[in-house]
Design a protein. Structure first.
Length: 119
């Protein structure tokens, strides 16, 4: 991750994410809420299939964050800690409690970005 992405994203991870998740899982959430590929036309985090022919699925997300991460391990952590919901059709939805508007972190912005970048 880089500071330019941090400065341009409308979202920040919540304290819940920063407290509950491992560094790898936090980085996955950060990437999900900051990369255009994983945002919809309204800049909201997209629902992702675990694996699909689309280049914006959960496996692609994991590979972009850290190629040697096991997607199933990260998924299980996010599910177990109630950060994602798995719909009946297999789509994964990042819970709204995992991210807030970047405007909510005015004054803390640099600190949050540095934490996400450094892990």
């Amino acid at each position: 991750m880089n500071p330019e992405i941090c400065a341009s994203t409308p979202w920040q991870p919540t304290e819940l994410v920063n407290t509950l998740l491992s560094r790898n899982a936090r980085n996955v959430v950060w990437h999900w809420i900051s990369q255009k590929q994983f945002l919809d036309i309204h800049s909201q985090p997209r629902s992702l299939f675990f694996q699909s022919s689309d280049d914006a699925d959960f496996n692609s997300l994991i590979n972009q964050v850290q190629p040697d991460l096991a997607a199933a391990v990260v998924f299980n952590e996010l599910l177990r800690k109630d950060i994602v919901v798995k719909h009946d059709d297999g789509r994964l939805l990042l819970r709204r409690s995992a991210y807030v508007s970047g405007a909510a972190f005015v004054g803390l912005h640099d600190c949050r970005c540095n934490d996400a970048i450094k892990g």
